[in-house]
Design a protein around this ligand. Structure first.
Ligand SMILES: Cc1cc2nc3c(=O)[nH]c(=O)nc-3n(C[C@H](O)[C@H](O)[C@H](O)COP(=O)(O)O)c2cc1C
Length: 334
């Protein structure tokens, strides 16, 4: 049915064990059992967002997801989680086939620990040199994510990363491209450049199966690309990873929060690491307020620039078919 698209995705399909090499990137609070299972059941590859979950919560989430789908899915772990190695143990116990290590360079021993459990690891890399080092060090696949994406972002656009990384790595490695993808035409283009598959977040966040609050979804449907702004770092001493979210009172509060934390640094009331954790805690709490409580004023509406293409609540299977159809049509017209 999607012959040309599948031919270009074959390596990604073999790697993921899914019908299409389309990952739904983990989204904290959004990517729980319902959306993850729906993505995998629709032929994509769902990924549980562990975020700040305890090992016990992750354990329950994996079991609950497995009860909803017999298809493969993965788990996304944030490398700065203080119990990272306990979370890896939980994944091992459940024989999770794929683990995505996000939020920073994987700490020593983490890739090895996952391999010992037989899991395939996917990593992010901000530079080509680091990507090569991680792949040499045992990582099984790479996700390159551009600044168009929702959530925590790097400074470089997906189109530029794709030109830098794919010609250098795609022949020998499995590389997935993420950030700003809203249509299948662009999926086709990245596949032609050598990508093994793609990862989307924003496009799936408001699917029917997503448990995100109706007010969160409405905010997405109303928003244009330009409303998804990257946060600004206020203090040069306090390195803040930019976050792309729909602008609201919450994004203004983030600026105020940075000033408050910087003042505490000045007064010697916080160490640098504590200061950075304060910043991350702000986002975790704010995202929950928007996604779960529907507080679209004070919460964080993390969204990528493709949000302008999200206009209605649709079942995951419909979105997946639309994307695959668009990719196939584009390739057939070449
Ligand atoms: C609401 C939201 C929450 C996210 N949370 C996470 C997360 O917890 N871990 C992570 O690695 N990426 C996270 N992301 C990024 C997605 O996994 C994905 O890579 C990204 O959305 C892809 O770009 P796109 O939004 O342009 O499709 C998040 C994105 C959104 C929109």
């Amino acid at each position: 049915m999607y012959q040309k698209t599948h031919a270009l995705m074959q390596r990604g399909i073999d790697f993921l064990g899914s019908e299409h090499a389309v990952l739904c990137g983990a989204m904290s609070w959004v990517s729980e059992r319902n959306l993850v299972a729906a993505i995998s059941n629709a032929g994509g590859f769902g990924v549980i967002a562990c975020g700040a979950m305890t090992p016990e919560l992750l354990d329950a989430e994996i079991a609950a997801t497995r009860a909803l789908t017999a298809k493969p899915f993965g788990v996304n772990l944030i490398t700065m989680h203080p119990l990272l190695f306990d979370l890896i143990e939980v994944c091992g116990r459940h024989q999770v086939s794929h683990v995505v290590l996000a939020g920073g360079i994987p700490p020593r021993g983490s890739v090895e620990a996952l391999k010992a459990h037989g899991a395939k690891t996917l990593v992010f890399a901000p530079t080509l040199a680091l990507a090569k080092r991680l792949l040499r060090g045992g990582a099984d696949a790479l996700v390159i994510e551009g600044s168009e994406a929702g959530g925590h972002i790097g400074p470089v656009a997906t189109s530029v990363l794709a030109q830098e990384f794919l010609p250098a790595l795609a022949e020998d490695h499995v590389v997935f491209v993420a950030g700003g993808i809203g249509r299948g035409d662009l999926i086709a283009a990245y596949l032609e450049m050598g990508a093994s598959g793609v990862q989307l977040g924003t496009r799936f966040a408001c699917a029917t199966e997503s448990i995100a609050h109706p007010a969160f979804k409405q905010a997405f449907f109303r928003a244009n690309a330009r409303d998804a702004e990257a946060s600004v770092q206020v203090d040069p001493r306090l390195p803040v990873i930019p976050v792309r979210a729909l602008k609201n009172k919450g994004t203004e509060e983030f600026t105020a929060k940075q000033r408050e934390v910087a003042a505490m640094l000045d007064a010697g009331k916080l160490e640098m690491l504590e200061a950075q954790l304060e910043i991350e805690k702000f986002w975790a709490g704010a995202l929950r307020r928007a996604v779960i409580d529907g507080d679209v004023e004070n919460g964080s509406l993390m969204a990528g620039q493709s949000v302008g293409m999200v206009t209605a609540e649709e079942p995951v299977a419909d979105i997946m078919h639309l994307l695959m159809n668009q990719a196939e049509t584009a390739l057939s017209a070449r």
